[in-house]
Design a protein around this ligand. Structure first.
Ligand SMILES: Nc1nc2c(ncn2[C@@H]2O[C@H](COP(=O)(O)OP(=O)(O)OP(=O)(O)O)[C@@H](O)[C@H]2O)c(=O)[nH]1
Ligand SMILES: [Mg+2]
Length: 211
């Protein structure tokens, strides 16, 4: 950023372009993994997934290495506190799903930070209920926007693509549930040969799956 006098977003785009121009490097780095589970933590700037084709190109490059990919979109649970913000998150998730065209799951993260809510109320966020948006924004916006509000709610309903799995980092079961959804999405393990038992003794309680 200093050298080229870019701002944070410009710097990020430059980095991603630089990576794509040096994709051989990435291919060498990931090429030696087999039967492993790589987690690539991607930057949070939504433009990378919605305005540019750079992530799609990255996904295609990984696909050429025969890596099965699952996109995992994380939306923080705090978004629930502002319904418009929550639905903008839903639309971003949908946009990323449509652009990337890969198996995809959506996760509502940081559930440990959310004040207690009724399960039925939470369900309206896990499977986004467009009425939540309409009730809230219609009461706060001038009638001239109501048709637009309705159109956005309708879009979410018509596509019906986005549902969230809750992730509470303090609850191992919620982590296991997400992992199994990812495994299912990429059919992890289905095309693997049974492994030979190894001489090594696994530490007790350790998960013996290599991911
Ligand atoms: N309580 C709690 N804190 C979390 C959790 N996940 C992350 N944090 C904290 O939230 C802060 C921001 O971290 P992230 O949300 O991972 O965001 P980031 O990776 O810095 O930013 P982007 O990925 O670019 O959005 C850090 O201080 C984390 O320790 C969680 O599940 N629960
Ligand atoms: Mg991050």
């Amino acid at each position: 950023m200093e050298e080229l006098q870019y701002g944070p977003n410009g710097g990020l785009i430059y980095c991603m372009e630089f990576l794509m121009n040096n994709i051989d490097w990435l291919e060498d780095e990931v090429g030696s993994f087999t039967d492993d589970y790589l987690i690539i933590d991607c930057p949070g700037q939504i433009e990378l997934y919605t305005h540019f084709d750079i992530m799609k190109r990255l996904v295609e490059a990984l696909g050429r290495l025969n890596i099965a990919i699952c996109g995992v979109y994380l939306l923080e649970s705090q978004f629930i506190e502002d319904k418009s913000k929550f639905f903008s998150g839903v639309l971003s998730a949908m946009s990323a799903m449509i652009n990337l065209e890969i198996p995809h799951i959506n996760v509502m993260s940081k559930m440990d930070l959310l004040p207690k809510m009724k399960a039925s109320e939470l369900e309206r966020y896990y499977n986004p209920d467009p009425l939540l948006l309409l009730e809230d924004v219609n009461s706060r916006t001038s009638p001239k926007y109501h048709q637009l509000n309705q159109a956005i709610a309708q879009l979410v309903e018509d596509f019906n693509m986005v549902a969230f799995l809750p992730l509470n980092i303090t609850d191992e079961e919620s982590i296991t549930a997400i992992l199994s959804h990812v495994d299912n999405a990429i059919q992890f393990g289905e095309d693997q040969e049974p492994r030979e038992p190894t001489e090594e003794v696994e530490p007790e309680g350790d998960d013996d799956d290599d991911r």
